[in-house]
Structures are given as C-alpha cells and as structure tokens.
Design a protein around this ligand. Sequence first.
Ligand code: 2AM
Ligand code: CA
Length: 265
Amino acid sequence: MLRSALLNVMVAAARKAGRSLRRDFGEVENLQVSLKGPANYVSAADRKAEEILLGELAKARPGYGFLGEEGGVHEGSDKSHTWIVDPLDGTTNFLHGIPQFAISIGLERESTIIAAVIYNPVTEELFTAERGKGTFLNDQRLRVSARRLLADSVIACGLPHLGRGDLALFRREFALVQDKVAGLRRFGAAALDLAWVAAGRFDAFWERELQPWDMAAGLLMVREAGGFATDLDGGDAILAKRQVVAGTEVIHRELLGLLKQAEKA
Ligand code: 2AM
Ligand code: CA
C-alpha cells in the first residue's frame, strides 16, 4: 500500500517501539512468579517504548510538540503540531500476559487530529488513518459495521479503574445496555477498542475517565471509517471531558440515549 510520508514516519516509529515492547512482553510471563511481580518491569518497558517513539518522531519532524503518557509535555518550536502518544495502551493486559495492548500515535494540527497509527505488536495488526483519506487495517480499507439494531450489536465498554470513577453510575449504564444488546465486551485497551469500532468488530464503544492519548488516534480512525464519536452529551469535547461514545451512526445514537437514561436514573 502506498502511504504518505507522514504515515510512513509514524508507522516506522510504531514498529520500532513495537519490537521493544514485544521483546519485553515475552519476559513478562517469567516474571509473574517473581516476588516483586512484573509491575516495575512493565513501567520500564513503556518508558523505553516512549523514548523510542519520541526519538524517532522528533528525528523525522523536529519542532513538533509531544504529549506522551510517560514523559508528559514537550513543547516544540512548531506550535501548531503535537504528537499525542501512548507507548503502551492496555498496561494491565501487558502486565498479565494478555496480548491486547497497543502503541497509539495521533498527530494533532491546530486542535484537529490529522493522522493516526495504532499498532498491536503481538498480532501485528497495524491500523492507520489520515484525515480525508480513510482508515486502514494493514492494507485493507475499513468501514464501520452496517448493523442497525441494538439487538444485533456487540458493544465494548471500559470499567471504572480501581478506586476511581462512579461505579454506581457504571452499573446503571451496564444494566441498561446489557438488556438490549447481543453482547457486551471489556477488552481493556481503549485505543484498540476504538480501532475495532473502525474495523466493524464492535458496533460501538463507550468509556469514561480516559486520557487524551488513549483516544486521540482512535477517534480519527472511527470517523474516517464512517463512524461517529462524541462525548457522553453528544458533543465534541471528548478530550476535554475525557470520555467517549463511538460507533456506527445508528448504534452511537441509541447508545447515547441509553447512557443518558442511566445518568438520570
Ligand atoms: P493504559 O493501559 O495506558 O493505562 C482501560 O480501561 C483503558 O483506560 C486503557 O486504555 C487504559 O490505558 C486507560 N486508562 C486511563 N487512565 C487509567 C488509569 N488511571 N488506570 C487504568 N487505566 C487507565
Ligand atoms: Ca492508555
């Protein structure tokens, strides 16, 4: 597939960081039995991956700003471009030897995400998107699902993280949605959840208390695959409110309605 120079830069960075994560993931299983557990090891693995990404992206596009989960904010001389990077989305999965995690890279220009890469280095599924040019899985153009009935839909969600979030609200949401759909899923890596909506595997996804780097790349992928993504009020403040509902046009609307109902209940 012919990719733009920009996507080539992002893909090369993701693959290089992916090799590092894949090597470290191979060691995690052995560490499960050690006294301290693998937690420290994993935070070293994602710091290493972020350093690789920062190095590669800065080499190719010096001056762009950088917002990464591990390293925080680096202001660039070019104020209009910022990389929004999660070197390891799905940390808990990684820690437990579950191969559902990814590197996520979004490029923001003047508050709009214009390019995105999400890469699972274990399955080697590579999702890419560029504004106006569609979303791809490896070489294949993606389209959100064509399902129109909640009753046929598989919907992914995120549970409130340990000690955070409104568990009672989530349980009301869960109960309302569970009652109406073919299946509910919880995979634990928001970037991949969004990429999987773009791929038509999930008909919709919602989660609260997310960070910009969990969502930036995936949002562009959903929209470029013909889907809809909003905050839980149906507005555009996804990154500011740190919450997202994404899906096909119909299922996104239906799910928003159910979530509103849960909020009022
Ligand atoms: P992470 O694996 O990079 O932390 C799981 O519900 C999703 O929420 C993952 O994408 C996870 O990203 C993200 N997340 C964001 N903030 C989190 C937190 N404080 N604790 C756990 N997961 C968090
Ligand atoms: Ca994340």
